[in-house]
Write a protein that binds this ligand. Structure first.
Ligand code: NAD
Ligand code: IPM
Ligand code: MN
Length: 379
């Protein structure tokens, strides 16, 4: 299709004697599926939505949103976790998905959460779980040492293999000889693409080092493959330092010297654990955003935290992780101005003490969201 700015198109659609002038570039239209989910999920997604509305009012983007009801309430009342129809619409009808959290004590086996969250990660082949950890304000670090700033690294967690595929079995169920097997799967293409994504990110983001976190000493099949593929891919990136570290030592170093890390690449379960630790180093779960990506194909954004049943309904949930996840979404969708505006507003809120209790404040979810939304709109 010819665009208004296209010189050939201009001749066709806007005759040369026309005094037509664009008032402003059309803001980008982004179609977002909202899956608020369970517990504090709906509380924090509401605030993220508010911030998106501010971006629209500020003329930075156009947003189309649609809410999907999937979560524990929907499961308990209909028996449906994620319907095929909803899955197909989430796959085909949107530029991005924004999810709150799934998990509810009324569904102890977490069946719906696996179908919804892991279902979307696996079925949309969202192989990158991108989890940045940046200390936005020095006083938010729980570390005593003075040399902990700047903490600014990203975790590339493999998101479609490892111990999360569900492969395994129970043998001799219910007998004294019962045996449970969960298989960890690593494939060469699966490891190659996440390691490559980490190195590509390092290069494009001006980072100088990628660290592999593994357990090749104790789990030789899976992590032997990780080490070999890591070395092969690393040899293609001579400008980036490649480091390998056993994950137990890596966890120790994260606490001792977090500033030494730039990009960490690791497997699914190890990345899950390390990303909660990383979040805690920079102020806690209330501040940690994430993106689940199959670049250029599908994307799902969500706070790293869960449904936090211990604080649901109290107004104590920090909406910043969901709001920062929205900033990741806006940036990936091409609206870096809106993304910058949202991130700056979060930083200002933190500096101004507009904080929920988890980050040392007395404000509620709603107050923090409203303040950030107002700052975004004010510009
Ligand atoms: P959690 O992340 O929900 O909570 C851990 C701790 O962090 C709790 O003390 C909680 O109050 C606190 N916390 C979490 N989010 C917060 C926020 N926004 N503001 C302030 N404090 C916050 O982890 P959990 O308790 O292990 O899990 C609860 C449920 O959530 C489980 O069903 C679990 O499976 C699920 N879960 C879902 C996701 C997800 O949907 N992505 C992630 C993790 C856990
Ligand atoms: C996360 C969560 C999920 C995971 C759970 C809810 C399955 O902890 O997104 O970090 O383990 O990936
Ligand atoms: Mn987790």
């Amino acid at each position: 299709m010819l665009e208004a700015g296209d010189p050939e198109g201009a001749g066709l659609f806007f005759p040369s004697n026309s005094n037509w002038e664009p008032l402003r570039d059309d803001p980008l239209m982004i179609r977002i599926a909202l899956v608020p989910g369970d517990g504090v999920g709906p509380e924090v997604v509401r605030e993220a939505e508010r911030v998106l509305e501010s971006c629209v009012r500020a003329g930075l983007v156009e947003i189309h949103t649609e809410v999907f009801p999937h979560g524990a309430d929907h499961y308990l009342s209909t028996g449906e976790t994620l319907s095929e129809e909803s899955f197909a619409r989430l796959r085909d009808g949107f530029d991005a998905i924004l999810l709150g959290a799934v998990g509810d004590p009324r569904v102890p086996d977490g069946r719906h959460a696996r179908d919804i969250l892991l279902g979307l990660r696996f079925r949309l082949d969202l192989y990158i779980n991108f989890r940045p950890a940046r200390l936005r304000l020095a006083e938010l670090s729980p570390l005593r040492s003075a040399d902990h700033t700047p903490i600014d690294f990203v975790i590339f967690r493999e998101n479609t293999e490892g111990l999360y595929t569900g492969a395994g079995r129970i043998e001799a169920a219910g007998t004294p000889a019962e045996r449970a097997v969960s298989e960890a799967i690593a494939t060469r293409p699966g490891v190659d693409r996440i390691v490559r994504a980490a190195f590509e990110h390092a290069r494009s983001d001006g980072r100088s080092k990628v660290t592999l976190g593994d357990k090749a000493n104790a789990v030789p099949h899976v992590y032997g493959l990780w080490r070999r593929v890591f070395a092969e891919v690393a040899s293609e990136y001579e400008d980036i330092e490649a480091e390998t570290m056993y994950v137990d030592a890596l966890a120790m170093q994260l606490v001792r010297a977090p500033g030494r890390f730039e990009v960490i690449v690791t497997s699914n379960l190890l990345g899950d654990i390390l990303s909660d630790l990383a979040a805690e180093l920079v102020g806690g779960m209330g501040l940690a955003p994430s993106a689940n990506l199959n670049p250029g194909v599908h994307a799902l954004y969500e706070p790293v935290h869960g449904s936090a049943p211990d604080i649901v309904g109290t107004g104590a949930a920090n909406p910043m992780a969901a709001i920062l996840s929205t900033a990741l979404l806006l940036r990936d969708e091409g609206s870096s101005e809106a993304a910058d505006r949202v991130e700056e507003a979060v930083d200002e809120a933190l500096r101004a003490g507009i904080r929920t209790p988890d980050v040392g404040g007395t404000r509620t979810t709603d107050e923090v969201g409203a303040w950030i939304a107002h700052r975004v709109e004010a510009g």
